[in-house]
Design a protein around this ligand. Structure first.
Ligand code: GLP
Length: 235
């Protein structure tokens, strides 16, 4: 695991965007695994700037997002589909049909998990997976647990994640209690992984990178992946 410490959030966003831009430039039809949350917002902003300068072409890019809340549809402004449309997809020349987020409104949730896992396989796997990290070390919505879930599944969100994510909802009761998420196995099958963490996550990143590998701190499994870059902002 390569941990790069940078001065601040702007530097983090520039560096992460450079890595993603590199991937898009060397493989125009890359499958990008994408993440939501505050941490990657700056990265998407820099990617849009690069696109506007004519430096990037997303026309052949395919994307699969890590997760989505159960019960929210893409029109709801707290959904991860909405987040992606707003922060990236609507601002670049990506073909929306090539962008994938689990369907939060799926009636048959188990079938949706299976469909999403198979879709990733059919796309040939993820070339580069972008990740954030939760305060408890979760990646995607894989919360601390006794096992590492292997495939896309429904996760019950912990109290601390619900509280942390409630800032984006009117009230804490509005935060869904479950989410579709790639499993730890799904994430680990990505060819390359890029994790971005703002300064408030420095401690948990340190534990994940240097502490024991344990499902109680899900991100620690990344120590076993052969191509992980972690960028942490200093302030
Ligand atoms: C959510 C997402 C994660 C994300 C985490 C941290 O729970 N499911 O994928 O990494 O929040 O988000 P933030 O970057 O906003 O702190």
């Amino acid at each position: 695991m390569r941990v790069i410490k940078v001065e601040d959030y702007n530097k983090l966003s520039e560096l992460a965007a450079e890595i993603i831009a590199g991937q898009v430039s060397v493989k125009a039809d890359s499958v990008l695994g994408l993440a939501t949350g505050s941490s990657p917002i700056g990265t998407y902003k820099v990617l849009v700037e690069k696109y506007n300068k004519g430096l990037l072409d997303f026309s052949k890019i395919k994307t699969v997002n890590l997760d989505e809340y159960v019960g929210l549809d893409g029109e709801s402004d707290q959904s991860y589909r909405y987040f992606m449309d707003e922060n990236l997809f609507n601002q670049v020349n990506i073909n929306k049909a090539n962008t994938n987020v689990p369907n939060g409104k799926a009636q048959d949730t188990l079938a949706e998990c299976e469909r999403y896992e198979n879709l990733i396989k059919e796309l040939g796997g993820v070339d580069l997976q972008l990740l954030g990290i939760g305060y408890n070390g979760h990646i995607g919505f894989n919360e601390p647990d006794g096992i590492y879930p292997n495939i896309v599944h429904i996760a019950d969100l912990t109290e601390s994640t619900i509280t942390a994510n409630s800032r984006l909802f009117e009230k804490v009761e509005d935060v869904p209690t479950q989410a579709f998420t790639m499993g730890i196995g799904t994430i680990m099958r990505a060819k390359k992984i890029l994790l971005v963490a703002a300064a408030d996550k420095a401690d948990v990143v340190e534990q994940a990178a240097t502490g024991p590998v344990t499902p109680q701190l899900p991100a620690s499994i990344l120590q076993l992946h052969s191509d992980v870059t972690v960028i942490v902002a200093g302030k």
